[in-house]
Design a protein around this ligand. Structure first.
Ligand code: NAI
Length: 439
């Protein structure tokens, strides 16, 4: 199949950067990223310094390809119709109601995409799962597509995204691997080949791994679970270090030098955040439960529980520092996004830390170079409402948050560091002569 037009549904953290890189590497293919959120599309079409996603190197690529072979549009129907290949890169959050609430992935956005694809397609399509999905989702998508297909052939591929926010462009340029899962039929393999050919423009063949659809779907969940497990493991040891006088950074270096363990992802922190790890592990645990594997489910669930424990532990250390009461204390929190180098705040540990302290009467100064004050207040608002406070109480508390872009900070009683800072940044904070707490 010759691919001339690609449509990507979902203009978020994955859809935007991945399509920008494909557009850059395949100038002969026209790519349109569509979304049902018109503001997001406007913003992708607007100023380069206020794109919806901040990633180093992204604005430069957008500048080069936007309007040439990369487009952002609200016209979902028209772009589905004209494209031979359709990526689904919509969000798959944890379900909040119904069966599996609190654990299973909510597939309503993916299902809505599949319905749109079935509705607006007038010719055969390759449909690609780019979102992270539970194993065997392709079965469900196929069912939706075939029910409404009018004789059109849909080939479903799984092509999970492994980029990490903050290094997305670099990750896309130099992927450790590209994973493509397809059916072992003639048309399935033809579709796999068509997608491999696109990636092969910049990724060597040896790094393009083809598998069956279920292996590909499950590999992504498994990969995030293994990465998060390393963080929870080292974080659980940071608690023991604090009790015994051992130094967690020295421990990380010492154990990371064992090549069977390795140094990556072994830095202790206040917790992992981001939109993916927690929801994907919960989803994996739910799948295990669904298949009757309760012990396996509990094993993975523990990775999330340790993460919550670590956040609470950090808050408790701050409260202990003030001998049990933080009322009217002015506490600085360094880092609001879920990690340095992104403005994504989803599941950021700082939200939990700051909101818990604010609920106990503290005042907060946030130091973050990318996130804006409105986002911080929205995050705290959501946390406090879920915590059970009234709108009036929350509004009062929101006046106690201030944002600073600078590390110069002399008005605080305590600086708590959540982001992974380099030694220069830590020296700068130390020069404020204010006590510092960090993991
Ligand atoms: P996101 O929330 O940033 O973007 C999703 C976009 O899809 C939103 O703009 C939303 O308006 C749009 N959307 C939802 N339903 C739609 C529909 N029916 N029609 C049109 N547009 C629709 O999500 P993000 O972070 O890009 O994640 C997407 C998927 O990729 C998720 O499954 C996630 O787990 C996975 N993933 C995310 C990574 C990350 O670092 N954020 C990394 C790798 C995978």
């Amino acid at each position: 199949m010759h691919i001339k037009n690609i449509c990507c549904i979902g203009a978020g953290y994955v859809g935007g950067p991945t399509m920008a890189v494909i557009a850059l590497k395949c100038p002969e293919i026209n790519i349109t990223v569509v979304d049902n959120n018109p503001e997001k599309i406007n913003s992708w079409n607007g100023q380069l310094d206020t794109l919806p996603v901040y990633e180093p190197g992204l604005a430069e690529i957008i500048k080069e390809v936007r309007g040439k072979n990369l487009f952002f549009s609200n016209d979902i129907a028209g772009n589905i119709e004209k494209s031979e290949m359709i990526f689904m890169a919509v969000n798959t959050p944890t379900k909040t109601e119904g069966e599996g609430a609190g654990m299973a992935a909510d597939l309503k956005y993916v299902e809505a995409c599949a319905k749109d694809i079935a509705k607006y397609s007038k010719s055969d399509k390759i449909v690609i799962e780019k979102s992270t999905l539970p194993v065997r989702t392709a079965e469900k998508i196929k069912e939706i597509l075939e029910k409404n297909s009018n004789g059109i052939q849909f080939e479903i591929l799984s092509n999970p995204e492994f980029l990490a926010e903050g290094t997305a462009i670099q990750d896309l340029f130099k992927s450790d691997r590209v994973l493509i899962g397809g059916d072992n039929t003639k048309s399935g393999q033809r579709a796999v080949k068509a997608l491999s050919k696109i990636y092969n423009r910049w990724i060597p063949e040896s790094k393009i791994l083809t598998t069956n659809v279920w292996s590909s779907e499950l590999s992504k969940l498994a990969s995030n679970a293994m990465l998060a497990q390393r963080i929870s493991s080292i974080n659980s040891l940071s608690a023991l270090c604090e009790k015994t006088g051992a130094d967690i950074n020295e421990i990380s270096t010492a154990i990371g030098m064992d090549h069977r363990i390795g140094p990556h992802f072994l830095r202790a922190s206040v917790a992992f955040g981001g939109s993916c790890f927690q929801k994907d592990i919960l989803n994996l645990a739910y799948l295990c439960k669904f298949y009757g594997l309760d012990e396996v489910a509990e094993y993975w669930h523990q990775v999330v529980k340790i993460n919550d424990y670590q956040k609470n532990r950090f808050v408790q250390r701050i409260i202990d520092f003030f001998n049990g009461g933080v009322k009217s204390k002015n506490i600085t929190i360094v880092g609001w996004s879920f990690k340095k180098g992104t403005k994504d705040t989803r599941e950021s540990p700082s939200i939990h830390v700051a909101s818990s302290l604010l609920a106990s009467g503290a005042e907060i100064i946030v130091i973050d170079s990318l996130v804006d004050e409105e986002r911080i207040k929205l995050d705290v608002n959501e946390w406090l409402i879920n915590y059970g406070l009234s709108k009036e109480e929350v509004n009062k508390i929101l006046t106690k948050i201030k944002l600073s872009r600078s590390f110069d900070n002399s008005n605080s009683d305590l600086i708590s560091i959540v982001h992974d800072l380099d030694s220069l940044e830590i020296e700068k904070l130390k020069s404020n002569n204010i006590p510092i707490i960090r993991i």
